[in-house]
Design a protein around this ligand. Sequence first.
Ligand code: NAD
Ligand code: DAU
Length: 338
Amino acid sequence: MKLIVTGAAGFIGSCFVRMMLSEGMAAKAVVVDSLTYAGNLENLTPVAGHPGFTFEHANICDEARMLALFEAERPDAVVHFAAESHVDRSIHSPAPVIQTNFVGTFSLLEAARRAGVPRFVHISTDEVYGSIPEPFDADENYPVRASSPYSASKAGSDLLALSYFTTYKMNVSVTRASNNYGPYQFPEKLIPLMISNALEDKPLPVYGDGRQVRDWLFVEDHCRAIYTVLQNGRPGEVYNIGGNCSLPNLDVIHRILKATGKPESLITWVQDRPGHDRRYALTNEKLSRETGWAPRMDFDYGLAMTVDWYKNNQGWVERVKSGEYHKFYDLNYANRAT
Ligand code: NAD
Ligand code: DAU
């Protein structure tokens, strides 16, 4: 199988490509990535020498280039990860989020339609359902109620992708996953930020009361689910992917402090995120019933592995934290402590 994978210099896409090539699930993977602050070719080093690996430094919004690439490569499928993926950045600076997540997805769908690409998997998020009141879990028919520019851009791109099935009969499936964690995650999201700050004895900034709930999914479990959907997902369908691991943020932070052997005094209460969703919760029942997929990773074990990875890869952390990362955090977080 020959794949074009967008955004695979980032966290989840790079895991997917490493898995596809190293486990022989794909013979060829062409990675398309514009290398934003979140894209890092180091994440693909383990497969850089694989004969089926190719890298295309390109912006997904460049529809003419995407069309030329799809026509030249004739892939069996496009798996679309590329996005501006951080909610806080989308609040601070929504324009690139709308451009990449919505317009970029449109450009890829259009190029894929015109090139006759046989399969398209659009990677999305449980954030499109917004905050879910207890005791409900969102299934795929739950209303879309996005809260942030990020989640609205993903909800819009999901609807666009599904419209290409309805209107053009394109073979499109959409996946909606919960919060991923694992190695190679840029240290701006909750788990890698808390781990890298704890390892450096820096404050751990908790938004609001810290009782917001997220479902945690190990990144390799997510990538196996995407491969399952790629192979067996039905066209025009949405598939939720969750880790069956619902935890309040403070609970996650306490486990990180325990795993790193650091004191609770590092916890720092800061202003809440505007429009902060209280609770995400989803059910995997559809994907499990149709394909037999289920998440395998135990959270404490996965967290311990992740902590070890960050301990052993502090050079990686330093390199990705240089440049724009610092500018962003200086602008946004300097005055947040309450
Ligand atoms: P990431 O921020 O780590 O990586 C995004 C990648 O996309 C980077 O390599 C970046 O360079 C690339 N990119 C950004 N804009 C681009 C453009 N215009 N053209 C080409 N490449 C571009 O993101 P991630 O956490 O790996 O998320 C991947 C996908 O999974 C996203 O679509 C995200 O919405 C979705 N998702 C993420 C999570 C999570 O917890 N991280 C959960 C559910 C769904
Ligand atoms: O649910 C899936 C989504 O998970 C993905 O679509 C997004 O790409 C991904 O970024 C993630 O979004 P969240 O907003 O849930 O993740 P984040 O890691 O930014 O925050 C998780 C929770 O932790 C949230 O309630 C906010 C809180 N938080 C986050 C950070 C970065 C803090 O309390 N302090 C922090 O410093």
